[in-house]
Design a protein around this ligand. Structure first.
Ligand code: CTP
Ligand code: MG
Length: 221
């Protein structure tokens, strides 16, 4: 039987570092709202059975209009309200998944440049290992500092940059979220760090240099 795999797209943020009127996920690149890029790719990907979008409350109706206007999203998209932090939004998304979901891919809507190959890599590794993040290599020399004094030169081969999508066994990530909340932890910037906090390891797969997180006005160019 086909595995039940839900894509959770996070659009609950307000994009304060972008400093635009609209939160960044609704800004357009080449006449297309940023949120629509990842939504279309998850919609196209046959392995994904369900889609949940987590959106800040006032954005829910505009989001529905964007989806309607795009006219080519074939899967049913469940939209749920976001929380105060990314972690809260992600937890809301997890709780909105159908009970028989087996795996979830959690993705930042602020990363529009994903592709199906990346999704397939994440899924394969998730089914094998239970928790996975996409990463890229670091090309600069990386140093550890105290104030402006360099304390250490780090071995960049041992360091990666973390991206989304991240993939999880559904029950594992739900337990990791609940456990983090019990410990009073509520502002993780990604979901894999909650798996680590839960005492478990996670794996990496290759992300992409193109898969930037649009954060400031510069990134839009
Ligand atoms: N996010 C979310 N709910 C929040 C905060 C963030 O769903 N309460 C989502 C954002 O919409 C984004 C992703 O998490 O797709 C990564 O967050 P980030 O790039 O930090 O976006 P914002 O929080 O919106 O931006 P900023 O931190 O500049 O305010
Ligand atoms: Mg943020």
């Amino acid at each position: 039987m086909k595995k039940r795999i839900t894509a959770i797209i996070l659009a609950g943020g307000k994009g304060s570092r972008m400093g635009s009127k609209k939160p960044k996920q609704f800004l357009e690149i080449a006449n297309k709202p940023i949120i629509l890029y990842s939504l279309e790719i998850f919609d196209k990907c046959k392995d994904i059975t369900d889609i949940v979008v987590v959106c800040y409350k006032a954005g829910i109706n505009p989001l529905k209009s964007i989806i309607k206007k795009a006219g080519k999203i074939n899967k049913k998209v469940k939209i749920v309200p976001g929380g105060k932090t990314r972690q809260e939004s992600s937890f809301n998304g997890l709780q909105a998944c159908s009970k028989n979901t087996e795996y979830v891919l959690i993705h930042d809507s602020a990363r529009p440049f994903i592709d199906e190959k990346m999704i397939k890599r994440v899924l394969k590794a998730t089914i094998n290992s239970g928790a996975v993040t996409t990463v890229t290599n670091i090309i600069d020399t990386v140093v550890e500092v105290k104030g402006n004094r360099v304390k250490n030169i780090l071995n960049r081969d041992d360091i990666k940059r973390v991206q989304t999508p991240q993939g999880f066994d559904y029950k594992l990530i739900l337990s990791a979220h609940r456990s983090a909340l019990k410990k009073g932890f509520s502002d993780a910037t990604d979901d894999c760090s909650l798996v680590k906090l839960y005492g478990m390891d996670y794996m990496t797969v290759k992300g992409s240099e193109k898969n930037i997180k649009i954060t400031t006005k510069n990134d839009l160019h």
